[in-house]
Ligand binder design. Structure first.
Ligand SMILES: [Zn+2]
Ligand SMILES: [Zn+2]
Length: 372
């Protein structure tokens, strides 16, 4: 009988960058328990044991788990996806558990891939799943220089860290921790594909920025990492939209895309933030990205990133291409949030146009509807 007042007899500690589900499944297995009973005896108030387990750990439950696992609270907290708040995303949306740059979070569909892995990391002595393998712009292993995978190489099922435990209702899972929950193939045996050196180097920089919480684009200019990653994520989206023929791909959300597309987008964005803003401007010009393409960014960030605005707006516009209706609406929204006056001249200026017919029509309509 396990005493509720005492730590578990076996208490493996979280390994570097280990994600909560990986740690807690290892802990339950070490103590010969099913995950559900292990959690009931560890943190009775913990809600459902589902694929979202890494996101919904309350402070109270986490404190109980930390105590029973002889782990300090800060270390336990670092295993959860909440710990990315203020680093990877600004804050989690109130409407859903969706978090910017985290793969397929808040999605209820079962066929979406959300946990990536490196076969060579899983082949090491103490295999475990990394938290950063849940990030949409992490597509390579910076240690083994290979591409990550986001599903079982054999049956294509999504990787579900808690899946093996749930295979048999009442029996404790006794197989390998790294086996596919669907077909039992050892994920460490997945074929290894070398990654592009540029993507590896860029990924290393992104990991450093994520760890630091800020990015430095040029001397004496620091920006929050979540603002930086919002732009990287948007650049991935624009890259796919501009380089894949229209109609072949409908992108609702970069964070729900399979790894091949996300990796492809990153290969088209080599050193995009180096030589700031030179490389970004060159890449944008080559792909036909104009300033108005950046305005949908306001959907994911509370304000348009000022550091991008000042670097991009003066240089990225093409007076021959009219802006889209959506981008004009977005521009008006941003201007209003900044307390700016809305008229034909100011919107043209803000969007980097001289005298756009479309802006003229839309601003007139807007002013009429808003009784200005
Ligand atoms: Zn690896
Ligand atoms: Zn499988």
């Amino acid at each position: 009988m396990v005493s509720p007042k005492l730590p578990w007899p076996a208490h493996p500690q979280p390994l570097p960058d280990e994600v909560f589900s990986s740690w807690i499944v290892r802990a339950a297995m070490c103590n010969g328990q099913k995950l559900r009973s292990f959690l009931t005896m560890t943190a009775p108030t913990m809600r459902s044991v589902s694929k979202s387990i890494d996101t919904h750990v309350s402070d109270h439950s986490l404190k109980q788990i930390a105590f029973k696992m002889k782990t300090d609270y800060a270390t336990a907290y670092q295993t959860t996806m909440q710990s990315y708040q203020g680093y990877l995303f600004e804050k989690e949306s109130d409407k859903s558990y969706r978090k910017q740059c985290v793969l397929s979070l808040g999605e209820t569909r079962n066929d979406l891939n959300y946990q990536q892995y490196c076969p060579l990391c899983l082949n090491e002595k103490n295999p475990y799943y990394r938290k950063r393998w849940r990030i949409s712009f992490i597509t390579v292993c910076e240690v083994h220089h290979c591409k990550l995978l986001d599903n079982c190489y054999s049956c294509r099922a999504p990787v579900k860290v808690i899946g093996n435990d749930q295979r048999k209702k009442s029996r404790v899972y006794a197989g390998s921790f790294t086996a596919c929950h669907c077909c039992a193939s050892p994920l460490e045996n997945a074929p290894v594909a070398l990654a592009s050196p540029v993507v590896i180097n860029d990924t290393k920089k992104y990991i450093n920025i994520l760890t630091a919480g800020f990015a430095q684009l040029c001397p004496e200019r620091w920006i929050y990492s979540f603002s930086f990653f919002a732009v990287l994520r948007h650049m991935m989206r624009l890259t796919l939209e501009k380089t894949i023929p229209t109609g072949l791909l409908k992108i609702h959300d970069v964070d729900a895309l399979p790894i091949d597309l996300r990796y492809y987008a990153l290969t088209k964005l080599p050193k995009v933030f180096s030589n700031w803003p030179g490389n970004l401007l060159k890449i944008s010009e080559n792909m036909g990205i104009s300033f108005s393409d950046f305005s949908p960014l306001t959907k994911t960030t509370s304000t348009f990133p000022y550091w991008l605005d000042e670097a991009v707006r003066p240089k990225l516009y093409n007076p021959n291409i009219e802006p889209t209706q959506e981008s004009i609406h977005n521009a008006i929204k941003i201007m209003l949030s900044k307390g700016m006056k809305i008229n034909i001249t100011t919107v043209n200026l803000f969007m980097g146009y001289r005298d756009s017919e479309k802006i003229k029509t839309l601003v007139k309509k807007w002013r009429k509807n808003n009784y200005v």
